[in-house]
Ligand binder design. Structure first.
Ligand code: NDP
Length: 315
């Protein structure tokens, strides 16, 4: 049978390019989990994906009710779940004030981390039940977890501190909207959320890999300087960033190439190692990258897991 893969945020950028790459093989049915049905349908059509290779299902990660509804509808659909890709993200580098999810969590961490945390926890059973030869849970990371690169060291740097803001509910009322309890900074909130993504992947690995055989992985797909992620940046930045990445840092990859990379993490029989953070060198060969100290802190991973469980209502 065909593999069955759920990709969040498949309506643009990396998610769409990955959906297209997998659909084209004819070996995968892609469930595009998107907040905007019409946008996703148009995106799939214009990418040339054929109807029998994809299904669009509604998912708004900035609402935990929506996450639960998605999981219910997915279970009712009777489709197997062989691979789950947590890809969607919001990035608000120029926001002066925090925005919030339906439950009142700061939007970047609430969407990128907490929404995906609940989604993957609720879908673990389905992944576990799959009889596919290689089942995987992939959480897209970012370079901010690498301290061995220039881009991973650009301020404001991620820092989760002692998690006091997260533990307080990230609501900007009786707690800070930032995980570390500091003043709001949209770019930092995004980076913090990506550290949470990478810590969560490793914590999943430690808790479930041996017992379930599921492969847990994260990756840095390269700098895809053209995606919608930068849509809220100032216009000058949006003009200069792609050539800067192409010619100066040389970290630039096209959406198509990044989609092929993620598609390999989904399906390549040689990429089954669990607990790994994949990166690619300039010849597009994959390698296991080192994570920064904070992004591989075992104690912090457990704390983020425990606090997140409470916030999403699992504990
Ligand atoms: P895009 O903005 O193009 O794609 C983000 C996707 O997430 C969109 O489909 C968007 O939906 C979706 N999304 C946003 N909020 C929600 C929500 N509340 N519920 C459901 N879906 C939502 O960005 P990229 O393709 O660049 O980003 C994809 C991943 O790649 C992210 O995890 C990002 O952190 C990571 N990444 C990107 C890099 C880059 O250089 N671009 C570098 C490193 C990592 P909609 O279409 O409706 O807006």
């Amino acid at each position: 049978r065909k593999g069955s893969v759920v990709i969040t945020g498949a309506s643009s950028g990396l998610g769409l390019a990955t959906a297209k790459a997998l659909a084209e093989t004819g070996k995968w049915h892609v469930i595009m989990a998107c907040r905007d049905f019409l946008k996703a349908e148009r995106a799939a059509k214009s990418a040339g994906m054929s109807k029998e290779n994809y299904t669009i299902m509604h998912l708004d990660l900035s609402s935990l009710d929506s996450v639960r509804q998605f999981v219910d509808s997915f279970k009712k659909s009777g489709r197997p779940l062989d691979v789950l890709v947590c890809n969607a993200a919001v990035y608000q580098p120029t926001a002066r004030e925090p925005a919030f999810t339906a439950e009142g969590f700061e939007l970047s961490v609430g969407t990128n981390h907490l929404g995906h945390f609940l989604l993957s926890r609720l879908l673990m059973d389905d992944l576990n039940k799959s009889d596919y030869p290689s089942k995987r849970l992939i959480i897209v990371g970012s370079i901010t977890g690498n301290t061995n690169t220039l881009a991973g060291n650009v301020p404001p740097k991620a820092n989760l501190g002692d998690l006091r803001g997260l533990a307080g509910g990230l609501n900007g009322l009786n707690s800070s909207a930032m995980i570390d309890g500091g003043n709001f900074d949209g770019a930092k909130a995004y980076k913090d959320s990506k550290i949470c993504n990478m810590l969560t992947m490793q914590e999943f690995h430690r808790r479930y890999h041996e017992e379930t055989g599921i492969t847990f992985a994260s990756l840095y797909p390269g700098c895809i300087a053209t995606t919608g992620l930068f849509r809220e940046h100032i216009p000058l930045f949006r003009t200069l960033f792609p050539p800067f990445q192409k010619h100066i840092t040389k970290g630039y990859v096209s959406e198509e190439e990044s989609g092929k990379r993620l598609a390999r993490v989904v399906s390549d029989p040689s990429l089954t190692k669990s607990g790994v953070y994949w990166s690619w060198n300039k010849d597009s060969a994959s390698f296991e990258n080192q994570l920064s100290q904070e992004a591989s802190d075992v104690d912090k991973a457990r704390k983020v897991w425990d606090v997140s469980e409470k916030l999403v209502g699992l504990a």
